[in-house]
Design a protein around this ligand. Structure first.
Ligand SMILES: [Ca+2]
Length: 134
């Protein structure tokens, strides 16, 4: 098997396992994860997650407890959602997060992550609670 087929096979196996689990979970977002951000600079990437598109939930990233090191304090952070594909990743758009929740809409199945595209003010971003739903 070449690399592409191996990766596809692995994706199908993981997908089948997740579909099996979905039958036992409530009907809201098929997936979510929570974490925090400590001292991120522009270009830093989040963990990857797999959206199997088994629901119509809008992919979103929620922030609370935001701080940055600029003299003006935290104003907002720009987040770019990427779809992780073969070759150059697929830009899903940039949203401005004012320490709230930003939405990219219901996404097709695939692997995703977000990137810190910018922070105002300062150069380092910390967020006490990050919650991603998909
Ligand atoms: Ca979904």
């Amino acid at each position: 098997m070449n690399t592409k087929n191996r990766r596809l096979a692995r994706g199908l196996i993981v997908g089948a396992a997740l579909v099996g689990l979905a039958g036992t979970t409530p009907a809201y977002a098929e997936g979510s994860w929570s974490s925090y951000i400590s001292g991120w600079t522009s270009g830093k990437e989040s963990r990857r997650w797999t959206d199997n598109n088994t629901d119509s939930v809008s992919t979103s990233v929620g922030f609370s407890g935001c701080a940055s090191d600029g003299g003006g304090g935290f104003k907002h952070a720009q987040l770019k959602l990427w779809k992780d594909v073969f070759g150059p990743d697929d830009d899903q758009g940039t949203k401005t997060n004012y320490c709230n929740r930003v939405y990219w809409g219901d996404k097709s199945s695939g692997k995703y992550y977000f990137e810190l595209w910018g922070v105002v003010s300062g150069g380092y971003l910390s967020v006490k609670s990050v919650n991603t739903r998909y």
